[in-house]
Design a protein around this ligand. Sequence first.
Ligand code: DLL
Length: 436
Amino acid sequence: MDIRYWNEEIETADRAGIEKVQLQKLRVQVEYALKTPFYSEKLNKAGISSADDIHSLADLRKIPFTVKNDLRESYPYGMLAVPKEEVVRMHASSGTTGTPTVIYLSDSDLKACTDLTTRSVVCTGGTKEDVFQNMMTYGLFTGGIVLHYGAENLGMMVIPASSGNTLRQFKMMKDFGTTIVHATPSYLLHIHGKMGESGVSKDELKFKKAFIGAEPHSEDIRLKIESLYGIDAYNSYGLSEMNGPGVAFECIHKDGMHVWEDAYIMEIVDPDTLEPLPDGEEGELVLTILHRNAMPILRYRTRDLTRIIPGTCKCGRLHRRIARIKGRSDDMLIINGVNVFPSQIEEVIMKVPEVGTNYLIVVEKAGELDKITVKTEISKAMLTDDTRDLYKLKEKIREKLRASMTISPQVELHEPGMLPVSQGKAVRVVDERKID
Ligand code: DLL
């Protein structure tokens, strides 16, 4: 197989080379972090008042962890390390319209981020001759625009299709000769069922590769996508706090995702004790971004569970690989690529006076897509045989959920006392999807 690099020197650097770059960059990030009220307090408490307090990579462990809530509490500009005029881009995590987690990039941050997504595309064998149809959502989400920039930087023709409008997706694929698609795995599977309706047949497409990510999926899902379309599908991992896609990507060997270690320091920790785990053991991924001058984030608890794959990859890159994400150490649900916390749902429904005290969130597969149902008891006062009132209430709850999250769940109303009550800790979520 033909191995190509985007930046051969750094991609094939040995451990000592990678660690040297990491230390240099970490020290710069600490200097930037100290300019923010949030980190200056945190770092000073930990005995770090300048980059000179970071002598080796082992000193990283002196730095306290950062969590999602820290970003929320610093909203909107509490973690900004440069004057606002130096910011050229912002993004927010998918999902909530409550207080979002927002990130900011300076011009040099954006260039570094784009370089990583170009590198990611190249490591799957993508070239400037490819036509790239980006079916990830644009908007505040990183999925669309961040990979868009990377593909464009390589010189590919980019079709900023975004998600939705399935029949047009196939028409564009046919008309423009799309060779690579970027989408969530559930969306790619979902649209396959509509190909017939679009009047386009597989033989009319030049489709060769897909980048799939933004949500957990199993090896079986990848194989299914590959065989349905007759393509290669590459797993892509990232999170908005760390610039979105381009944190870790599979290369042509599809044997785990290379974490770009000149750009991120990764640690795998025990989610309970937060102690580091050796390579090969599964734990929570903690990431420090190494080029984010506008908004440094140090030792971020991703909550994603994975392990480092021991050994080196045949592609020659020594950036270590992580296994596909096994789950999360918190209760965040990912519904068709959109992040949803059960607490957000609770907050919305409990503000509706007609709603009783017990509720249950059920997540399952409906065809290839995820389906979420919010089952809620109604209050005694609401008990009625008038189906119109119940219908109106259902619609009201649904509308409120839709307005506060970017998903539209099914709503089911139940009589008081009809939903199961657990003996111990309340079970609020039943997730019937399986990821192996
Ligand atoms: O999902 C960024 C992204 C966009 C990644 C496009 C890949 C492709 P967020 O909305 O902040 O950002 O969601 C991040 O999604 O912490 C994981 O739990 C989950 N996730 C992302 N990629 C994968 C993957 C984007 N390949 C959260 N496998 C992360 C499993 C994934 N889970």
